[in-house]
Design a protein around this ligand. Structure first.
Ligand code: ZN
Length: 297
């Protein structure tokens, strides 16, 4: 069942077609009195720009409305059409998850391979295996945590009948939408990482910032009296100077995008969404460590 992209009100059809398929009439939301989904007439490029700008309406359009059947004014309504439409939607969402998962794995692998001058086929394959395991671990843990929170809140699986529920996200929710949302939100950080990695050179582990001692000594307060504070400051500076800031920046952007996408899809509080995203990150980091040990990737 499609929904209004402004207020998530459930609707039977987004638009009506008449004798000619190009002659359509957009449906109006009974709650907010706006067109249910004006994005059905937009080009894929506009949708991509909306996705990059993290507009909530594009998430609702892609997750719930894309490919839904219109009301045909020239044909009588069929009772089995709704069930067939539900099955088709589920199949389409599963296909989207598989395709996007492949794209994300490929982009992440390429972005990791590009800085390596001496990359061989076997090393590329190892990196790809590691990326598949990290991404799968992140998605599995994020999905599990999100479903636990939704069960605890009684949102999904629903307690009692959904008759009269006016939140279309809940009426038509399936767990596959969670990994699909994560994949949509990971596209922008990955593309950014992919493009920037062409010009980016990884930090030299042997590099030591020469100006740091001078900087510490030039502070208006003297921290030499507190050797522990000075030691911590030096350690932090060392970690920061050797960190891959491109990786950190894109990961931070990815986390924020994922949190935003999940907030559009789910009724969770900001702290719950943050915890769900962090759990997924922790799982990916754990899987990365495990794969380093197994493959030496
Ligand atoms: Zn509405």
């Amino acid at each position: 069942m499609p929904i209004c992209v402004h207020c998530a009100y459930p609707a039977k059809h987004l638009y009506t077609t008449y004798k000619t398929k190009s002659n359509i009439r957009l449906g109006v939301c009974p709650r907010c009195d706006r067109f249910l989904d004006p994005l059905i007439e937009h080009d894929p490029l506009i949708l991509l720009l909306d996705l990059i700008l993290l507009k909530p309406r594009v998430f609702l359009h892609l997750l719930f409305n894309r490919g839904t059947d219109p009301l045909d004014a020239t044909a009588p309504p069929s009772p089995s059409a709704e069930e067939m439409s539900k099955d088709r939607r589920k199949t389409r969402i599963q296909e989207d998850v598989m395709i996007l998962f492949g794209m994300v794995v490929l982009a992440e692998t390429v972005s990791r391979v590009i800085p390596l001058d001496s990359s061989t086929f076997s090393s590329c394959l190892k990196i790809m295996c590691a990326v598949v395991c990290e991404t799968a671990a992140q998605h599995t843990v994020t999905l599990g945590c999100a479903l636990l929170v939704l069960r605890w809140r009684g949102w999904y699986p629903p307690r009692g009948s959904l008759q009269g529920v006016t939140d279309g996200r809940r009426v038509d929710f399936i767990p596959w939408l969670i990994p699909l949302t994560l994949l949509y939100t990971s596209l922008l950080p990955l593309l950014l990482q992919l493009f920037l990695s062409i010009w980016h050179s990884p930090p030299d582990p042997a590099f030591t910032p020469p100006a740091w001692d001078t900087f510490v000594d030039s502070l208006p307060f003297d921290i030499s009296q507190h050797p522990y504070i000075r030691q911590i400051a030096m350690e932090l500076a060392d970690v920061w100077s050797k960190a891959d800031r491109l990786w950190l920046g894109t990961r931070l952007l990815g986390g924020m995008s994922a949190g935003f996408g999940l907030r559009v899809l789910l009724p969770t509080r900001p702290c719950e969404t943050t915890a769900i995203v962090l759990a997924g990150w922790a799982a990916a980091a754990f899987a990365a460590r495990a794969m380093e040990g197994v493959l030496g990737a």
